[in-house]
Ligand binder design. Structure first.
Ligand SMILES: [Zn+2]
Length: 306
């Protein structure tokens, strides 16, 4: 049973206390009921310090241990409001906007929250793309006047893979790559796309080994049929990504942080047809609960945001 508030009013009513937020986390963490980590007993009560106290052996666990909410000094109610704001808008919110909405004094706090939540947007063990795809690489970010082209300062090379669902984009995957060599490209394709899939690329030699790597490889060449737009789905996907980075985040993305932003874009894009944004709230909290890897978590590229 996917249980989540369907509207802002329901949300406000439901998460009006810390206990209600903790109960919700517990419900997502133990969908079949609480289990004591030590003795497997199924009954516990919540102590004043927000610990689950096992009714049998007395073992106490922090209800937020192993989640991205672990060690937070802020109320969960604020976290829940942040998540609701992030998923509630089609294009998301910038750290600045969220800082204003939540009334935080320090910009850095909300900036770190957003990055933690972006980590939670990647579902552990998510499957690779499959079927028919377009694959290409493109430069992202680092727009500075007077500088463009290959290897331009501050730009990152990104491999884009999109599923072709009959002229419509299915799901998307994005991977930062060090260069456009065959080694880098094939490794990124392997991480993103199921072997056996049909992959369309342009004629760049770096994609030459795709067949040997287990893919059905088609090279699209300029022709009267195709015109100049060889990979139309890729071009649309890349344009949406660039527009989102500029529109929502004012393009203020450091190359070392780009992965986090791409994870957020992917999360949003691949769920863009989700009939309910409220359901995205459920998904994100659920993934935030199971993201044990954020233990002692440090943001790659440094916590500095200037
Ligand atoms: Zn126990």
């Amino acid at each position: 049973m996917e249980d989540y508030p369907k509207s802002l009013l329901e949300f406000e009513g439901r998460f009006s206390s810390e206990e209600a937020c903790l109960e919700y986390l517990a419900q997502l963490r133990w969908p079949d009921g609480y289990r004591c980590p030590r003795c497997q007993h199924h009954k516990a009560w919540l102590t004043k310090r927000n610990l689950f106290h096992c009714a049998d052996c007395g073992y106490e666990t922090f209800s937020t241990a192993g989640t991205i909410f672990q060690d937070t000094r802020k109320p969960l109610q604020l976290w829940f409001r942040a998540i609701w704001s992030i998923v509630g808008q089609k294009n998301g919110v910038s750290a600045k906007e969220l800082q204003r909405v939540l009334g935080f004094k320090r910009y850095e706090t909300i900036w770190i929250w957003l990055h933690k939540l972006r980590v939670a947007m990647v579902r552990p063990g998510r499957e690779r793309l499959s079927g028919t795809l377009e694959v290409d690489e493109t430069y992202i970010g680092g727009e500075r006047p007077g500088k463009s082209g290959r290897g331009a300062a501050g730009k990152s090379l990104v491999l884009i893979a999109v599923e072709d669902k009959g002229k419509q984009i299915g799901r998307i995957r994005l991977r930062r790559i060090p260069d456009a060599s065959a080694d880098s490209l094939i490794m990124a394709v392997k991480e993103s796309v199921e072997p056996g899939s049909l992959v369309r690329t342009d004629g760049w030699v770096g994609y030459g080994p795709l067949s040997a790597a287990g893919y059905e490889h088609t090279i699209v060449r300029k022709s009267a049929d195709v015109g100049d737009n060889l990979l139309p789905l890729i071009n649309r996907g890349a344009a949406l990504l660039k527009r989102w980075l500029i529109g929502t985040h004012q393009g203020a993305v450091r190359p070392s942080h780009l992965d986090y932003y791409m994870d957020e874009f992917t999360f949003r894009f691949n769920r863009r047809k989700s009939y309910s944004r409220a359901k995205l709230f459920y998904r994100l909290v659920q993934q935030a609960v199971f993201i044990a890897s954020v233990f002692g978590y440090e943001i790659c590229g440094g916590n500095s945001f200037n």
